[in-house]
Design a protein around this ligand. Structure first.
Ligand code: BG6
Ligand code: MG
Length: 231
């Protein structure tokens, strides 16, 4: 197996808890449209584009035959509600352990990239003051195909000038894990093993494990996976 030279991070749900804000804004839209929208339904929206997320929500609510204009209007409305949460964010909103882990990787000479489906990624990076932690940024403004398509990951590797087989991806979404695998990358799932089955390693979050140990697990995957029942 090739050595690991770069870490590619998803944003929502990995670096920052915006996955929660997405859910709350979609749930508000569902309420306005008159149906229930659960966290289980929301799981399918993770990692996919804004318009695909809307399609999932409309499918749950049985809302068929909406015009493209109406769909654009609903997506824009949800985004305005979502942005209300983003404007309140400060650097303290970075998820625990994420900054330490990225800084640790960079000190070890490992390159870092962001690979996010979000068009709001630039605002989030600015609010968290973490733009400088990434050697390359690819987000929803620069890709044409959403996860599980591998495009966002392949573009990130290309920007870094590193072969995809030498990249490890950090993902909280099934679509993201799938996209990373299709890109030929290895994956650390952030979340629950039953949801992120295809990831090589799964941790509940960065605080669960010291950066030095997580990096060793990535480098010596199989041995560590056995030693750490949860990874
Ligand atoms: C992904 C989220 O990161 O970005 C999805 O996991 C979201 O839930 C997608 O739909 C698009 O985000 P945005 O900010 O462009 O609406
Ligand atoms: Mg995510």
């Amino acid at each position: 197996m090739k050595p690991f030279k770069a870490a590619v991070f998803d944003l929502d749900g990995v670096v920052v808890d915006t996955a929660r804000f997405h859910f709350l804004a979609w749930q508000r839209l569902a309420q306005e449209l008159g149906f229930e929208f659960t966290e289980k339904d929301n799981e399918r929206q993770k990692g996919v584009s804004r318009m695909e997320s809307l399609e999932i929500l409309l499918e749950v609510g049985g809302c068929t035959n909406l015009s493209p204009e109406k769909k654009e209007e609903l997506a824009a409305k949800k985004n305005e509600w979502y942005k209300e949460y983003l404007y309140e964010m400060t650097p303290a909103d970075i998820l625990p352990g994420a900054r330490d882990f990225m800084e640790y990787l960079r000190r070890r000479g490992i390159r870092t990239a962001l690979a996010s489906a979000s068009k709001n990624a630039p605002i989030i990076l600015e609010k968290l003051d973490i733009t400088e932690l990434f050697d390359a940024v690819v987000d929803g403004n620069s890709v044409s195909k959403a996860k599980p398509d591998p495009e966002v990951f392949l573009k990130a590797a290309e920007k870094l000038g590193i072969d995809p087989s030498e990249c490890f991806v950090f993902e909280d979404a099934q679509a993201g894990v799938e996209g990373a695998k299709r890109a030929g990358m290895r994956v650390v799932g952030i979340g629950k093993r039953d949801i992120l089955q295809k990831a090589e390693i799964v941790v509940s979050g960065f605080p669960e494990i010291e950066p030095v140990i997580l990096l060793s697990c990535i480098e010596l995957k199989d041995t560590c996976a056995m030693e750490y029942g949860h990874v």
